[in-house]
Design a protein around this ligand. Structure first.
Ligand code: RB5
Length: 146
């Protein structure tokens, strides 16, 4: 199950992504926002991240205007590794090397075609482990120190 959420800046793009996931039979849970009215992206990041940390959802997709604010908010959650991506290489390698569990997109940055490609790459790529696991463990250690 994929958790998905956006603020008003990401609302139109989230609709496109939801249509894409639905067409491909990917199960998702939509944490809002459900219209184009202004909302605060940290509130949505929190809902999506909590659903991942509780085990309800495996991973997440967050969309705001740039993808940046919502990724900063997401990365404040212990155990969340959120990556803002606007190219295929980054979407692939943030899974392979960082074991990212949240993909952040900018609704005012990437178009729907590219965004859906990034989603597909992110959801279909596994973590490489090995030396990268040691580095991800160090990220966890930093979280635990702070
Ligand atoms: C909202 O206008 C905008 O600030 C937000 O969507 C996002 O881009 C923040 O990083």
């Amino acid at each position: 199950m994929v958790a998905i959420g956006c603020d008003h800046g990401g609302y139109e793009l989230k609709k496109e992504i939801i249509a894409h996931l639905t067409k491909n039979g990917v199960e998702f849970k939509d944490f809002g926002t459900y219209d184009g009215n202004s909302v605060d992206y940290p509130d949505i990041a929190k809902l999506v991240c909590k659903s991942i940390l509780s085990g309800e959802c495996e991973n997440g997709i967050l969309v705001c205007g740039t993808g940046i604010g919502i990724s900063i908010a997401a990365n404040k959650h212990k155990g969340i590794r959120a990556a803002v991506c606007s190219d295929e290489f980054s979407a692939k390698f943030t899974r392979l090397h960082n074991d990212a569990n949240v993909l952040c997109l900018g609704g005012r940055v990437v178009g729907p075609g590219l965004a859906c490609e990034l989603v597909d790459i992110f959801l279909s790529t596994g973590f490489e482990g090995g030396r990268h696991a040691l580095r991800v463990d160090k990220i966890t250690a930093i979280e635990n120190e702070n």
